[in-house]
Design a protein around this ligand. Structure first.
Ligand code: MEV
Length: 325
């Protein structure tokens, strides 16, 4: 199979392929999802990572240029570099030899902020390279490969980030189970405020692990309640009850505070959104910094957006959840 694939790719090379992946946010369930509880995540198509594969000079091998990071990598760096690891895993999966190509990456997803930048960049590389070689991958295949790269970034990822950016749909996710796509009854706006403080997921996941090791029964009770919130949040979204969803976000935030993954900057943004009429607000992703999210009545969304900027948000993104059906 591998040999056939190499021959096919060489006899019918496409000169250029491009693939994009969205950012993501976790609505409810982060951290608890690492311990087997469900979580809900949605794509954020207002920010994207794009990879373009172009034929290069014979003998050049595979070179990756990450424009935003001002980084250039070769396949040999795949032991420590996620971008090169994504390309190597793709070639191994397809049984293909290293092609002479230049892969250019452009991303508007802020890194280390809880928006799934690493997963989206990996997904874009994997899809564009596989398509270039003549073997476009399914969402599930792409997601499995991105998951392997995520291990390099995060150590013990649950798999939720790779799933949502590869399926590009709202997902109900339980570690180790196939993702369930869910459909909001009505689309609704969400405001995403970035504290500007880096939030390396690896660090907060490790901090929660340490907390869990020192008090497993207390942490397990918190994870269980977060899991119950996720179930209720899914029902609220599917039934179009955004007010109820807001109440659930607020309780989820209290539990994340008990886990120790919130911060003063997140608290400031959350408070300002709630003061401006948000139904609910919480941190999203690993925490410690990074992003918070807020939902509210449609006629308050612009005011919430402005209040976050006034409260010191480095960047605010408004996104519509459920607009893709
Ligand atoms: C990171 O986006 C979400 C966490 O739950 C980690 C994970 O699920 O791998 C904090």
């Amino acid at each position: 199979m591998g040999v056939f694939r190499i021959r096919s790719a060489l006899s019918n090379p496409m000169m250029e392929t491009t693939a994009s992946s969205p950012g993501k946010i976790i609505l409810v369930g982060e951290h608890a999802v690492v311990y087997g509880q469900p979580a809900l995540a949605v794509p954020v198509n207002e920010v994207t990572a794009t990879a373009t594969v172009r034929s290069s000079t014979v003998g050049s091998g595979l070179i990756i240029q990450a424009i935003n990071l001002e980084q250039e990598l070769t396949l040999a760096q795949s032991a420590s570099e996620g971008l090169a690891r994504a390309a190597r895993l793709t070639l191994e999966h397809l049984g293909a030899a290293e092609p002479d190509v230049l892969i250019t990456i452009n991303s508007t997803i802020p890194p280390a902020s809880g928006l799934g930048s690493g997963a989206a960049v990996s997904a874009a590389i994997i899809r564009s390279l596989a398509t270039y070689l003549g073997f476009p991958l399914t969402n599930s295949e792409t997601s499995a490969l991105v998951f392997e790269v995520e291990k390099l970034y995060h150590g013990t990822p649950s798999g939720i980030d790779n799933t949502v950016v590869c399926y590009n749909r709202p997902v109900y996710f339980v570690r180790g189970s196939p993702p369930e796509i869910f459909h909001p009854k009505h689309s609704f706006s969400i405001v995403i405020g970035d504290t500007g403080v880096p939030s390396p997921t690896r660090d907060t996941v490790k901090a929660v692990r340490t907390k869990w090791e020192s008090n497993p029964s207390k942490c397990d009770a918190i994870f269980s309640e977060i899991g119950a919130i996720t179930q209720l949040a899914r029902s609220a979204i599917v039934n179009g009850d955004i007010l109820e969803l807001g109440v659930l976000l607020n309780r989820n935030q209290e539990l994340l505070e008990l886990l120790g993954v919130s911060s003063q900057e997140l608290h400031n943004l959350i408070t300002s959104a709630l003061d401006m009429g948000a139904f609910g607000a919480k941190l999203s992703g690993g925490g410690g910094g990074g992003n918070m999210i807020a939902i509210g009545p449609e006629d308050r969304i612009e005011a919430i957006r402005r209040s976050l900027l006034q409260a010191g948000a480095a960047r605010v993104i408004s996104s519509i959840i459920g607009s893709q059906g």
